[in-house]
Structures are given as C-alpha cells and as structure tokens.
Design a protein around this ligand. Structure first.
Ligand SMILES: *Cc1c(COP(=O)(O)O)cnc(C)c1O
Length: 421
C-alpha cells in the first residue's frame, strides 16, 4: 500500500499534486512519501513485536539524509555497506549502536571509521576480513561485537543479479564451515562473537527460501552454543519483495514474515535483527518524467521520455518491471495503445518497457514510474552528461527538495583540466 493515488483526476503524492511538484522542480525527479516510508517501517517493527528486536533499514536502497532522519527518528537502525553509508547514517543522527556494518569487502579504513565512531555490530564475511578486523580492534584498544555471515546454500528464486545465498555467490562463509570460522573468531583478540548473520537475496516473493535459511540458522545456533559460543543475536537480513506490477499476486506481508521468524527462531531467545530495504522504500517513491516526443516507428510507437536509464537503471539492469501511469488520470472509455517507452540515452538498453499498454499521451504529458523508491536514485548516474535528478520528500500537504538538481556548470566544474594541457 502507498500514498500515491488519483484525486479529482490527478495523481497525488499524499496531499500534494504531482503536477505541482513538477512545476516547481522540473522533470524528471523522484518523489517519496513520508507516510509510506513510516508505515512500512512500522509494519516490520510490529511484526517482530513479540521478540526483542531491531529493524535496521538497508540504506543502500535509498540513502538520502532526509529519509534516514525520518526513519531514524521513528526508531530505525541502519544496515550500512560502506564507509560512505556509515558517514551518511551518522550525519543523519543515527547513533552508532543502531548501525550494523555489512558487506563482503570492508577495508581497514572503513573498519577504523566504524570502530572509532561506534557500531552495533560488524557482520564478518570471511576469515581474512576477520583477521583484519581483529587487528584494527586491537590497534584501537577496543572489542567489537561481531556476527559471521553464513551462506546457507538456499536458492532464493529471485533474479540472478540479486540472489546472494547460494554457494556460488560471493557472500558469507559456507554454513558447512561455520564451526571452524567461529572457533577462529573466538581465538582472535578484539572480537566478541554475539550472533549469526544471514541474507539470501532480494525481491523474494515467497517465504519458503527464508524458512529454509532460518531453519539452518536455528540449527547452527544450537551447534555453536554447544561449542561454547554466545549466540544472542540473529541478523536475518532483508530481501522481502514488493509487488512491482498491480497485476501480480501480492507477495507475503511483513506480518507473515514476522510469524515465520517467530516460528523458526523464536524459541532460541535471541534478539532479532532484520535489514529490510526495498519493502520500506520501494513503494514509497515515484520517478516522474515528461513525454518529449511520441514517434511512430515501423509497426510500433515509441514514447520518448526525458527520464532515462541513468536516472532509473532497474529495467536495463535487472529486466525490472515498473508500472508507468499518466499523472492525469485517463478518461473512462479511452482505449489504451501499445508503446515502447524509452529514454533519450544513446543505448538500446535505455528502454523502460516494450509494448506497454498506455492511454494515448502527447508531448508535455507527465508519467510516473511506480515503485521507484528503492534502488532508484541511489543507482543513478550522470551518463550522457545528464545531471542527477532531484529528490523530493512529501509529508501531508508539504513538500521539500531533499537533493537539488546540480546545474550544468556544477557538473562540469567537477572535472579539472591539468595545467600541462
Ligand atoms: C541489500 C541488502 C539488504 C536489503 O535487501 P532488500 O531486498 O532491499 O530488502 C539487506 N542486507 C544486506 C546484507 C544487503 O546486502
């Protein structure tokens, strides 16, 4: 559920007409709904209410400072995957003891940053990384709480580029080797083992892979405890999927997911941590774009937009579907027609949708890409020298630009011509 609905024939973001934002900031742009972000965070928080827990927003899905502040004020922690994200979280006021550090290749500099600034726990993904972290902790004279990310060899049944829990993926250590890796962690100075971490992939629309993974984690908890390790916290990752197409079957709800967690690991008495990204931010955002031309090709019509793959790369990168809706609600009885909806970038991959049924639109009309809040703005680039598009946050009847569009001069001024040229 989200807060982007038609009212009196116009698409609204909460109580603000999308066309009003477009007039103020120009197109293309991203717009996020505060109410939707908060609602989704709270659904997870409530789903785990029966257990001690912390929901850590996977901020790689949407990392604008205003969004982090909004969620942080509501009690969210953050799952960070780089030193840059750690800095962003701290800059938005998130305390270190609510920040979890994930990622397969943390550098010594990033570890130092987190250990000096304060960290809830580091999720370690390999033995060499564990040794490096131990050395950093010892050099700073601190003890760092850690989990080890285990790879449960479970097929997440999602797109290959976002599956992370099979043995062929680069993430975590094979669960079959967990005992020796935990034994090593117990021997290394500066580390305190506190739990287990698992994250099997993204955009999962079925609970069965989670169930398989969490059952393995429960089993491992008992084994590691018998080996003398203190397993007090289970980080169960993120990955719950969202409905990208109105026509699709609805994926499981956070409440179903919470019940699954209770059922599989609830008896262990551990604090539960989860790291949802997409389900909190995905349906909380639109990308709004304008039709530049409608061009008739041979046997097909192209709707050419001012937004492109550099602004929203998911269709090009993951073959992702986004519902695309006109900002002015189509009149009843208007016959939809098939269009290839494309951007202006010089790549055939710059295609958002092929033969998509749309009401006839003309140059100047606005369209909105639904479910664009997650992995949208954060993955954008300035390819084709198209400046990063602005981000706008709506709350009730107010809206604010939370990242401005750089000017062309600003974009160009980031380059330097060496004096010998
Ligand atoms: C990407 C990621 C997440 C969030 O995944 P979503 O599908 O956005 O919920 C959580 N944890 C880790 C370690 C990740 O890499």
């Amino acid at each position: 559920m989200d807060h982007f609905l038609y009212r009196d024939g116009q698409l609204f973001a909460e109580d603000v007409a999308v066309s009003e934002i477009a007039a103020a900031v120009g197109t293309p742009f991203y717009v996020y709904s505060s109410a939707t972000l908060l609602r989704h965070f709270r659904l997870f928080d409530e789903a785990l209410a029966g257990m001690p827990h912390q929901v850590c927003f996977a901020m790689k899905s949407l990392s604008n400072q205003a969004v982090l502040k909004l969620l942080g004020d509501a009690g969210a922690g953050m799952d960070v995957v780089s030193g840059g994200e750690y800095r962003r979280a701290r800059a938005a006021g998130i305390p270190g003891d609510r920040i979890v550090f994930s990622g397969v290749g943390k550098t010594v500099e990033e570890m130092r940053l987190a250990l000096e600034g304060g960290i809830r726990q580091v999720n370690v993904e390999s033995e060499p990384e564990m040794e490096a972290l131990s050395a950093v902790a010892v050099s700073l004279g601190v003890t760092v709480p850690i989990t080890v990310r285990v790879n449960p060899d479970v097929d997440a049944k999602t797109h290959a580029k976002i599956a992370t829990g099979k043995s062929e993926n680069k993430f975590g250590i094979p669960i079959s080797r967990a005992r020796e890796v935990y034994a090593m962690a117990a021997r290394l100075p500066g580390l305190r083992v506190i739990g287990i971490d698992v994250h099997i992939g993204s955009q999962l629309t079925d609970l069965a892979p989670f169930e398989a993974a969490y059952r393995k984690v429960a089993e491992l908890t008992e084994i590691l405890r018998a080996d003398g390790h203190s397993i007090e916290r289970l980080d169960l990752g993120g990955g719950l999927g969202i409905p990208y197409a109105r026509s699709n079957a609805a994926p499981p709800l956070p409440s179903d997911y919470g019940a699954l967690i209770q059922r599989t690991v609830g008896h262990l008495g551990c604090e539960i941590e989860i790291e949802p990204g997409r389900l909190i931010s995905g349906n909380a955002g639109l990308m709004v774009s304008k039709v530049i031309y409608v061009k008739s090709g041979e046997g097909r019509d192209f709707m050419i937009l001012d937004g492109a793959m550099n602004d929203l790369i998911r269709p090009a990168m993951y073959d992702a579907h986004h519902d695309i809706v006109p900002v002015i609600e189509p009149q009843v009885g208007v016959e939809p027609q098939p269009y290839d909806i494309v951007g202006p970038v010089c790549e055939s991959g710059d295609t958002f949708a092929k033969q998509r049924m749309m009401p006839p639109l003309a140059a100047g009309d606005l369209v909105a890409f639904r479910s664009a809040g997650a992995y949208g703005a954060v993955m954008s680039s300035e390819y084709n020298s198209r400046p990063l598009i602005p981000e706008v946050l709506v709350q009730g009847d107010q809206f604010a630009v939370i990242r401005a569009r750089p000017t062309f001069d600003e974009m160009i001024a980031r380059d330097t011509i060496p004096e010998w040229l």
